[in-house]
Structures are given as structure tokens and as C-alpha cells.
Design a binder for this molecule. Structure first.
Ligand code: NMX
Ligand code: MLT
Length: 426
């Protein structure tokens, strides 16, 4: 079944290999490669205005067509995993079978917990989580198969096994980290009757049906954001060296742990809470404007706003806003988030240099989790990480199935650029 896709790639290369996709400018080289197309990523595509499409489907379309656990409920992330892997919308039966398949793979070896326990409980949740992922690597099917010697065309098979095992085991590892740090280490056993996201929420200690719905939505929308974001790109890059999926994903998580990327969800809630602490809950628009300016003048960014590609409100923000309007319209932190949506964009526009003054996914997620009792902001990036394994894992399988090569772009020195520009000007 892989042959037609492999043939399509071969045809693209042989017939159109020399077609130009744009010009590389000095600005791009110095500016973090913004706008430079440089990677094949099959699972999703980001439009600057409209936002993400997973295999061609927007978030509202996914909410409509992907199977849910309850009537008119949020999509089950297993359905999105199926969509990313196959390009096809699954039936409820297929999603249920995938839930069971993931459950059957979810046992975590004891040494993984021991590796986490070797860290001080004060270590950042992302450090503890990534340590767990590194310990899971001991079981890598890809590494074993590669060491035995296997043809390149078959690399995708142990990659598939590793990615499914990784995705299925992460909720266990992540909930262990949460309960270790914030709940005196009292673990909660999995409930094998539940779907992936609900079981994760249960193991964290949250069983409110609305929280289960939130977790399904949360895990679905954070999965994938095309290939150029720091975590996805890192996973893809490291995987291109034929490092196994555990090594690749642990590297990706280390990128996600940066404040300009996934850690922004932690930063947003801490920032919002600091606004509340300083000004009280009846904050006026003028006080809020003043607080935003104070943040900017102290040299910090406004977390949750701006984006490397998006030039509009992130649809992942919008669907979380819809969720809040439905389930928690009176929540004071949600009302503050809504006020920020009015106050921040004009200020960032006034600043003059910000290319996208609109909110991204991280501007909203924290207040939803906080509402249902998951108040520990330092943990939020771990949730993002669990979800992102679904996107990065799906693409890693396709990377190996399509035989994509080692990623190795060219770099140049400042002197090289200066000399080149002189030659061009002459
Ligand atoms: N607050 C203050 N300044 C900002 C912001 C912001 N929210 N967004 C961009 N800028 C600044 C940016 O720091 C840069 O300043 P300078 O030239 O002095 O270095 C200038 O505006 C131009 O940056 P852009 O080209 O608009 O943005 P860029 O593509 O470089 O960066 C982000 C994108 C997302 C890193 C940036 O918007 C940011 O720092 N946002 C806040 C952090 C955040 O929310 N990150 C989460 C992104 C989503 N995710 O989950 O990963
Ligand atoms: C993501 O989900 O990875 C972020 O929005 C960052 C990005 O796309 O650059």
C-alpha cells in the first residue's frame, strides 16, 4: 500500500525537482528562516490567516466529522491520530479499536518511574517528563531492528511500533510526574474503560465529565502545527539521523520547554494570575492596558500573543473560547482573558514591530484547566507535550515510510554573506 505514495514522491522529484519555491534572502537567513519553505510535512498545513488544517480539515471541520465520546461532544484524539496517520476520517468503531490498541500498549516499565524518582521533586515537570521519555527509549523496537540490520524500506515498521507505544505510554508517565510533584506521589490507576484523553484526566485526578471533554479537545488541538515549529522540526531533524522515535521526541520536548514555544502556556497563566494579584478582580480596561505596557517596558513579551506564521487569531484560541463560553462563562479568569483579547492587540500593533498582534493557542488553555482544578501552571507544557507526540509520531512514521533523507541545510558565516552581497551589488 505504500508503493503509490513512494511513486508519487519519486515522480515529484524526477519531474519537478528543479522547480523554484521562492527566493532565499539575507533576511531569511538572519531571521530564523521565517517564510523559507524547507521541509516536507504531510500531516498538517498552516495558513497564516485561517490557521491549521489537519490532513485538509480545519478545527471546526474536525469537531464536526471526527467521532466523539458524547453526543455533539469534542473529538476523540484517537480519531485525530487516525486521521493524521492515514489521511482518512475514521468511524467510531475504528476509533474505539484504536483506543483499545493504545491501552494494550500502555504498560510502563518500573525503571522509567525510578529514573524520574532519581530527580529532585522540585525539578521542572518538563525535565521529569523528558527523563521518563528517555527511560522509555530502552524499549525501542527501531533501535533493536536497526542494530540487527534491516532494509531501509522497512524502517517505518519498527518506527510505527515505537510511536504507538510512545503515544500510549505518555499519559502514564505524565500523570506520574503530576502526582509526584503536586499530590504527594499518590498515583491513580488507569481506568481501562475510558478513552485516551479521559483516562489521562482520570489518572491526573480529574473525573468531572466537562474536564474529560476539555482534555479531549486539548489533546486534539495541540497535536500538530505543520513541520516548522520548534518541537516538530526538532523531532523531524533528530529522526532524520535515524535516531529512534523516543530520542527524537525527547529532543522535541526540550524545544517545547522553551518560553517562546510550549512553555508559553505556563507563562500565560502565571502572568494572568499576577495581573489579578496586583489589581484585584474588578480590573478596569485602563488598569489592564497599564499592566500590558508595564510588561512590555520591562523587556518581556506578552505571553500567548504573536506567532511565527499566523497573522490572525489562532483557531485553537477560538475553539477554546467557544468551550469557555459554553461551560464557564462566569469564570473571572476567563473574563480577564476576554478583556485581554480586546486590550492586547491594539497595544502590540502600536508597538510597531510585532507582526501578529493576535492571541495564539497558549493564551487560552490555562484558564480552562485552572477552572476544573488543574491549577498548577508549571505542569501545563507537559500536557502540550503529550498531545504533540501524536503529530510528531505520525509524521516520523511517514518520514521513514517515504525514506526521507538526513536533514542537513547549509549555513554560512557573516563574512560569507557580506562578500556575497558585495558581489551581487557589483
Ligand atoms: N509581546 C511582545 N513583543 C513581541 C510579541 C509579544 N507577544 N510578539 C512578538 N514580539 C516582538 C518580538 O520579540 C520581536 O522583537 P525584537 O525585534 O525586538 O526582537 C518583534 O516583535 C518581531 O517579532 P515577530 O516577527 O512578530 O515574531 P517572531 O516570529 O519573531 O516570534 C513569537 C513569534 C511567538 C516567538 C513571539 O510572538 C512571542 O514571543 N510571543 C510571546 C510568546 C508566546 O506566546 N509563544 C507561544 C507561541 C505558540 N506556541 O505554543 O508555541
Ligand atoms: C505550535 O503549535 O507549534 C506553535 O503555535 C508554534 C508554531 O507553530 O510555530
Amino acid at each position: 500500500t505504500l508503493t503509490p505514495l513512494r511513486d508519487r514522491l519519486k515522480k515529484l522529484k524526477s519531474e519537478h525537482g528543479k522547480v523554484q519555491l521562492g527566493n532565499i534572502t539575507v533576511d531569511m537567513v538572519l531571521g530564523g528562516m521565517r517564510g523559507m519553505t524547507g521541509m516536507l510535512w504531510e500531516t498538517s498545513l498552516l495558513d497564516p490567516e485561517e490557521g491549521i488544517r489537519f490532513r485538509g480539515l480545519s478545527i471546526p471541520e474536525c469537531q464536526k466529522v471526527l467521532p466523539a465520546a458524547v453526543k455533539d461532544g469534542e473529538p476523540l484524539p484517537e480519531g485525530l491520530l487516525w486521521l493524521l496517520l492515514t489521511g482518512k476520517v475514521p468511524t467510531k468503531e475504528q476509533v474505539d479499536a484504536l483506543s483499545k490498541e493504545l491501552l494494550s500498549r500502555s504498560t510502563v516499565p518500573g525503571y522509567v518511574y525510578k529514573a524520574i524518582d532519581a530527580l529532585p521533586v522540585t525539578a521542572h515537570p518538563m525535565t521529569q517528563f523528558t527523563t521518563g521519555v528517555m527511560a522509555l527509549q530502552v524499549d525501542s523496537e527501531f533501535q533493536k531492528a536497526y542494530n540487527k540490520g534491516m532494509p531501509k524500506t522497512k524502517f517505518w515498521e519498527p518506527t510505527y511500533e515505537d510511536c504507538l507505544n510512545l503515544i500510549s505510554r505518555l499519559p502514564q508517565v505524565a500523570s506520574y510526574v503530576y502526582r509526584r510533584i503536586f499530590k504527594d506521589g499518590k498515583a491513580i490507576a488507569a481506568d481501562n474503560t475510558l478513552d485516551y484523553a479521559a483516562n489521562f484526566s482520570h489518572m491526573l485526578g480529574f473525573d468531572d465529565p466537562k474536564m474529560l471533554e476539555l482534555m479531549r479537545l486539548y489533546i486534539t488541538i495541540h497535536t500538530d502545527h505543520e513541520g516548522g515549529n520548534v518541537s516538530a522540526h526538532t523531532g523531524h531533524l533528530v529522526g532524520s539521523a535515524l535516531s529512534d522515535p523516543y530520542l527524537s521526541f525527547a529532543a522535541a520536548l526540550n524545544g517545547l520547554a522553551g518560553p517562546l514555544h510550549g512553555l508559553a502556556n505556563q507563562e500565560v497563566l502565571l502572568w494572568i494570575k499576577s495581573v489579578m494579584e496586583e489589581t484585584g478582580s474588578n480590573i478596569t480596561t485602563d488598569q489592564l492596558k497599564e499592566y500590558v505596557w508595564k510588561t512590555l517596558k520591562s523587556g518581556k513579551v506578552v505571553p500567548g500573543y504573536g506567532h511565527g506564521v499566523l497573522r490572525n487569531t489562532d483557531p485553537r484560541y477560538s475553539c477554546q473560547r467557544e468551550f469557555a463560553l459554553k461551560y464557564l462563562p462566569e469564570d473571572p479568569l476567563f473574563q480577564l482573558v476576554s478583556k485581554l483579547y480586546e486590550v492586547v492587540p491594539p497595544i502590540l500593533t502600536e508597538l510597531g514591530k510585532v507582526k501578529n498582534p493576535w492571541p495564539n493557542v497558549d493564551a487560552h488553555s490555562g484558564v480552562l484547566l485552572n477552572h476544573f482544578g488543574l491549577t498548577e501552571a508549571r505542569y501545563y507544557t507537559v500536557l502540550f507535550g503529550v498531545s504533540r507526540s501524536i503529530g510528531i509520531g505520525s509524521q516520523l512514521i511517514w518520514d521513514r515510510a517515504l525514506g526521507l533523507p538526513l536533514e542537513r541545510p547549509k549555513s554560512v558565516t557573516m563574512e560569507w554573506l557580506e562578500n556575497h552581497c558585495k558581489k551581487v551589488a557589483a
